[in-house]
Ligand binder design. Sequence first.
Ligand code: LMR
Length: 346
Amino acid sequence: MKKWLLVSIISVFALVLTACGGNDDKASSASGGSEYTAEKPLVIKFSHVTSIESVKGKAAEQFAKLVSEKTEGKVKVEVYPSSQLYGDNDELDALMSGNVHMIAPSVTKMVKLDPRWQFVDMPFLFENQEHVHAFFNSDLAKDLMNSDQLAANDIKGLVFWENGFKHFSNNKHPLVTIEDYKGLKFRAQAGKVLEAQFHALNAGSATIAFGETYAALQQGTVDGQENTYNNFDTQKYQEVQKYFSNTAHGRLDYAIFVNKTFWEKIPADLLAQVEAALEESTTLAWELAGEENEKSFENIKNSGTVEVYEMSQEERDALKAALQPVYDEFGEVITAELIDGINALK
Ligand code: LMR
């Protein structure tokens, strides 16, 4: 056979081989087969900022355990809690660049990509846990998860995980009337809506990463903060805050976000098991949220270091009225679709 003919035949053969199996990731994904084993697992790095004892910390550990069981060790979820790997200031960037594959931020922190995620901060928007669940199960929630803004940043939104209602605390005096907030400085998570909330109460605010908040309260950089019972308790704010009022003025909930490119390359058979594990952990997260927050409220009341003021309905109504300017200023940003839509789920 002529040399040129032999070379041509070999080249065509090589091309066909490449087309059939050139891209390892895609090939395994399409075939449903997997090159991963318990000895050489696919590693999903999951970073979050709360403690291992928190609602989110427990649900994340459970997810890792279930994934390992369901995939017989072929997929390993490495959970990095307590801002060990990335904190509030860099976890989103780390996700977009693929340095971490999964995060579960408090959704208001997504304001960096899309201001609508601040819906959780709209004062007294959610009535109770059932209302929150109705939202999580709604098309409104699905639309947010599937938004173009996320996809454009290589992010895929999967599910909501619950935490709870936020309450105010501080170091100066009990917070009962609107006047009590005047001149105090509070730690805020992120975004203009929270800034406006404190402004409406004649208070100041500073955006401080969750991992740095204990120190900021201890050192007096800020006088107070707002968070769920469970975050307050598992961060041991009892040690650095004196007065707590159960205002329940806003929400703090999470969404599970993954790096889209990474996620879509997980072989189909393994992905189905990982998704099943996520569904079970989500059920757990929703159950845990109520229970753990109640336990934490008891811990705060029994701490002996914090004076807890239990708000009356009239006092909450006064707080709600004082926070109305937040709706005037941000109603359009959050969108009528979301605000009216959430109200309609009551
Ligand atoms: C906060 O910054 O207060 C929360 O986002 C922390 C968390 O993730 O629960």
